[in-house]
Write a protein that binds this ligand. Sequence first.
Ligand code: RBF
Length: 169
Amino acid sequence: MSSALKNLSDFKHTTISTAAGIRVGIVVAEWNIEITGALRDGAINTLLKHGVIESDIVVIYVPGSFELTYGSQLLCEDKTIDTVICIGCVIQGETRHFDFICDAVAQGITNVSLKYNKPVIFGVLTPNTLQQAQDRAGGKHGNKGDEAAVTAIKMAQLKKSYETRLVNA
Ligand code: RBF
């Protein structure tokens, strides 16, 4: 599985400049909270480690992953927020709803990202088993919340640098 091969949770191969000044929204699905809580904590720790100020992190909760789209839209409407991380966990074995939920969230947050012209990060685990989720939420395959945080910082910085270039052009 790709995530077993590509563990970005230690950033040896990733360069990143200080993220001070970036304001980050995090929307967390409460379904499978033992997993999504660990992903949230990983994301917050990584943001702080890279210089994001604690008061610049806004966390909200939605009942399930399906609601991440709406939650991300609420956060995107806040003009002070630069980027939004969506955190969820949909376990395949549990439900026929798996495909509907995963497709809806992936498409939904893509649409929100484009509508608001802000990076919205897909931090949703879609494992076959709870064990696979645990392996990726602070277990042997790292913490995908860390990776979502790095992606959010990089994308927010990309947007800022591009906007600066446009202003100076
Ligand atoms: N939400 C998740 O985040 N992960 C799940 O594994 C999950 N499984 C669900 C299974 C069923 C049968 C249903 C009805 C909902 C499930 N949800 C899950 C909740 C879903 O994302 C959403 O909160 C609800 O469908 C209400 O819109």
